[in-house]
Design a protein around this ligand. Structure first.
Ligand code: F6R
Length: 579
């Protein structure tokens, strides 16, 4: 953190590890007093997590202080040039070159603001960047590839990379676009391009309630967000059902209605949980709308030279709307001139703005790093999308549409019922909290849920877990199974139930300790394990939603049992804005 004091001086305090360490250090500085400041929690991309590598970074004179999110790709070249002209570096980060570059231009006689602009024109890569200069009542920020938003408060401005950081102070925000620079000078604000052309930007009011970002009395955001999933689903479907026509109403797709009718293939891109939601979307859209779907990891998409015809739509799924890999995949699709769509939770985020059209999740802010309610809302929105397209192209009859709508509208009530078994799942989690390895297995709609369940457990408990389609076990992984290698098997009474049951027999024969998730009323599994978790017996299309919830709770309780903080898994960030 760097603060410009009321006397014009600048104080910088940095700490390694949690924010509380920084708070402790700041308390030791009674002389910090000012109302212009910058701070950053760094996600290590270059250099070890250490105090020297933490932000803010300063120039040689200590007059310039910067915080930077993103990656400066040409930092090594810039660093060599700066070192050859006498600059000394304090850290291993790519970001530090920015402070020295600004200093370099100031030494040549340019003002702080001019030097900042000149520096930007030398940077290659991505940045959400903010700088201050000792003795000047200014903050200057710039955006290229990494998000930056300006909060317009009462007698104050706030700059952040995510609105959740500022929503407590103001709901009026200005979203910066790539290549834009914001200067806050005393009480004035000005926005320009890097080449110094003035830009007029409008102020947007965000509708998220700050209370929505509080824990609601729960010990962790992760649990709070798991428990609020009945409302999440309700919010995702609210106003989006046409009971008369047996279809979905998706206002965000209205502008591209005609283009959508021409589409004969959909490519879904996303990362992590969003990618797994996409895999469920593949089954849903293919079955309900009869349109071929491929799902690609966004981080691979643009490196494969994707073959996209004019009748292909590329659909990005992202909670944050800022994931760099997903954004770049969408930009690649746009370069190929195809229709781009988004399923995005964060209103006004970059992916929401850069796609041609889309559907918001309306899940509200998700604070826990491990995605829970956002994932569930992604699956629900994919179901609405499949229903809309399927009804438009006639692949899904009105009768089928109405049946699905009935299941969708009953989903919040069903989730509420399921959440009542949370204490039972806690007990099961207790028994399994000291395992070192674990398989998550499922077929068809349950396969992506197995992947998602394994990701959840990995993230918050640091236990090695692997998600597999149950049918693949016999092709290799079953070699690992013995009495010390447990499996969580998703085995609802769905269209592939008997197949999954055979696989359970195979695991049982190898003494695999199992937790089975099945639909209520099914007693077949009692002979294999005492740990059977029941989910409601609903439409197969929506089983993924109810099957994922016990796995979220399982991961959460294992994490708590191990004394970890599930809200802040090590090495992870909520929004991954670097490639
Ligand atoms: C897993 C998780 C991540 C995100 C991924 C994509 O619990 O949260 O895997 O799903 O980083 O993030 P968004 O959806 O913001 O693009």
């Amino acid at each position: 953190m760097s603060i410009i004091g009321v006397d014009g001086g600048m104080k910088t305090v940095r700490a390694e590890g949690r924010i509380v360490n920084l708070e402790k250090k700041i308390k030791q500085h009674s002389d910090i007093d000012g109302c212009i400041g910058i701070a950053h929690t760094r996600w290590a991309t270059h250099g070890m997590p250490s105090e020297n590598n933490s932000h803010p970074h300063r120039d040689c004179s200590g007059k310039i202080s910067i915080v930077h999110n993103g990656i400066i790709e040409n930092h090594e070249d810039l660093r060599s040039v700066l070192i050859s002209t006498g600059h000394g570096f304090d850290s291993d980060t790519d970001s530090e070159v920015i402070a020295h570059m600004i200093e370099n231009f100031i030494d040549q006689g340019y003002s702080f603001v001019e030097s900042f602009h000149k520096t930007l024109s030398h940077l290659r890569g991505t940045y959400g960047l903010v700088a201050v200069f000792k003795g000047e009542n200014k903050i200057i920020g710039a955006r290229m590839g990494s998000p930056l938003v300006v909060g317009v408060g009462v007698n104050e401005y706030l700059i952040a990379s995510d609105i959740t950081a500022i929503v407590k102070h103001t709901k009026d925000v200005i979203y910066l676009d790539d290549g834009e620079v914001v200067l806050i000078d005393g009480g004035d604000i000005a926005i320009e391009t890097i080449d110094r052309l003035k830009i007029k930007k409008s102020v947007t009011e965000i509708s998220w309630d700050y209370l929505g970002a509080q824990k609601n009395g729960q010990p962790h955001f992760m649990l709070k967000e798991i428990l609020e999933q009945p409302e999440t689903v309700q919010n995702s479907i609210r106003g989006r059902i046409d009971f008369h026509k047996g279809t979905a109403v998706l206002g965000g797709l209205k502008d591209v209605e005609c283009k959508l009718k021409e589409i004969d293939r959909i490519v879904i891109v996303g990362c992590g949980s969003a990618y797994y939601a996409g895999l469920i979307g593949e089954y849903l859209i293919e079955q309900i709308a009869g349109i071929p779907v491929e799902v690609e990891l966004a981080s691979e998409f643009r490196y494969r030279k994707p073959i996209l015809s004019q009748r292909t739509a590329v659909l990005a799924i992202s909670q944050s709307g800022e994931t760099a890999d997903t954004l770049e995949a969408i930009r690649e699709a746009k370069r190929k001139n195809v229709l781009t769509l988004g399923i995005v939770n964060t209103v006004g985020s970059t992916i929401a703005r850069e796609t041609d059209a889309g559907v918001y999740n309306h899940a509200g802010p998700e604070v826990g790093v491990a995605s829970t309610k956002a994932f569930v809302s992604q699956v629900v929105v994919l179901c609405l999308l499949a229903l809309y397209v399927g009804r438009e192209n006639g692949n899904f009859s009105k009768k089928e549409g109405l049946e699905l709508i009935k299941s969708l509208t009953e989903l919040p009530k069903n989730i509420k019922g399921l959440l009542k078994s949370k204490d039972y799942i806690k007990d099961v989690a207790k028994q399994f909290s000291d395992i070192n390895n674990c398989f998550f297995l499922g077929r068809k709609f349950m396969a992506p849920i197995a992947y998602e369940g394994s990701l959840k457990l990995k993230e918050v408990s640091y236990i090695h877990a692997e998600g597999y389609t149950t049918g693949e076990m016999k092709h290799g992984p079953i070699a690992l199974i013995d009495e010390g290698f447990p499996a969580i098997v998703l085995c609802p009474k769905d269209s592939v139930y008997t197949k999954t049951l055979s696989n359970i027999e195979e695991l049982n024969a190898r003494k695999c300790p199992m937790i089975c998730v099945t639909t209520s009323g099914n007693t077949d599994l009692d002979k294999f394990t005492n740990n059977v978790i029941y989910i409601p017996n609903i439409s197969e299309y929506l089983l993924p939603v109810v099957a994922t919830i016990p796995l979220q709770l399982f991961a959460y309780y294992v994490s708590c049992e191990k004394g970890l903080n599930p809200d802040m898994p090590r090495n992870l960030a909520k929004s991954v804005t670097v490639e």
